[in-house]
Design a protein around this ligand. Sequence first.
Ligand code: PLP
Length: 484
Amino acid sequence: MEYLSTRGHDSGQHFCDILLEGLAPDGGLYLPRTYPRVDDATLTRWRGLSYAELAFEVLSLYIDDIPADDLRALCERTYTPAVFGNPRIVPLRRLLDRTSGAAASAPAVYIEALSNGPTLAFKDMAMQLLGNLFEYELGRRGETLNILGATSGDTGSAAEYAMRGKRGVAVFMTSPHGRMSPFQQAQMFSLMDANIHNIAIQGVFDDCQDIVKAVSADLDFKRRYRIGTVNSINWARLVAQVVYYFAGYFQATESNTQKVRFTVPSGNFGNVCAGHVARMMGLPIDMLVVATNENDVLDEFFRTGVYRVRGSADTHETSSPSMDISKASNFERFVFDLLGRDAAQTRHLFDDSLRTTGRFDLQAHPAFAGVAERFGFASGRSTHADRLETIRDADARYGEVIDTHTADGLKVAREHLSATVPMIVLETALPIKFAGTIIEALGRPPARPAGFEGIEDRPRRVQVLPADVQAVKSFIAAHCQPQP
Ligand SMILES: *Cc1c(COP(=O)(O)O)cnc(C)c1O
């Protein structure tokens, strides 16, 4: 499989060429030249596979520059019950109303558990594979890499737990000092691995992001210290996420004639973009519902055709903080497909309109009519009050304590139920990560999974630095992985 950029660059790169890269050289995002189609016989064969085998089958369609035995071994090593806490890796559970006393009625609503990995958020699903892929590819090339990132919580910890102890890789993760949830801070800062470096910046998340951008823009520094990223536009992360759409579908259905709907709590459009890819491959998805919080850039687009990025002053700090985005960094991939893969138009929208006016409007564009009909998208938004209400209702009705992001999903999913098609809501984090809001909703703390007892009291390894590019550069220079 060869990859091209949403803005036209197409030099026949393969998977491992783009694995360690961020944006394409023209500023676009990488996509495969075509989406491989999965036929009925293949779907039937895949139904019986373990998650690791399924991952191998899906990834094989996109990766032709890793020998099959190596790729299979990477998948087996990544998706084990020991890491994900369950033999099914992403078990589905049906929400059953205990208050009605009636038999389970259609439509079935399921929660797909994507958050039983090491950091208790769905980002582990892709990041754990990425850690093994990076180690494999760097080893093959005889290179090292220093990953620099900014996090407000889930991405940073998922990256650190994926890269800890991996040969040839170090992680430098900046986060806003004192602003992550106590549980998230404890998760990251208690890591003692020599190749993991936590940098708490005296500032807000935007300061962290600005520092990462400034360091990456210094091409000399970037080359000398072999700086890389693991952000959500990485194609490998996206394709790893495609697998759990298949796994969820197989658990909710008995035959390939059945369809399902998915509702996806969304921020940077990475998770739901993987659902779009699965649908393009032929997975019978009837509808993909994009759920946002008060930061409703995406809901606005799917309702009106207007994509309007927000300034940092207009970005709300919410109780589902991993969805607090001002623009959706993966969205360009979907728009490229929506426009019939017209790279010139995509470039115009993202490089001209968006950069100069902060918005574009597809309302009158003939392609926009296809958003719902051809591509199956729908959307909705949720507020703090909705979140509290949904968490309370799920607890009372189903005996389920759900996290704040998943609550945004369930709230919006209920606005898009069909009488005949099951709905699968993706669980993107466990409630313990956002305990404050759970206590606000239920008056009691959420359950703490085994192995996480007392992590707030463990010793910590974190460097506090001022919001200063030079300070961060000096720290990296002093602690980076040596040249091989
Ligand atoms: C990252 C994240 C999201 C948003 O996912 P995107 O791929 O950015 O749309 C939602 N919920 C949780 C808990 C997350 O960590």
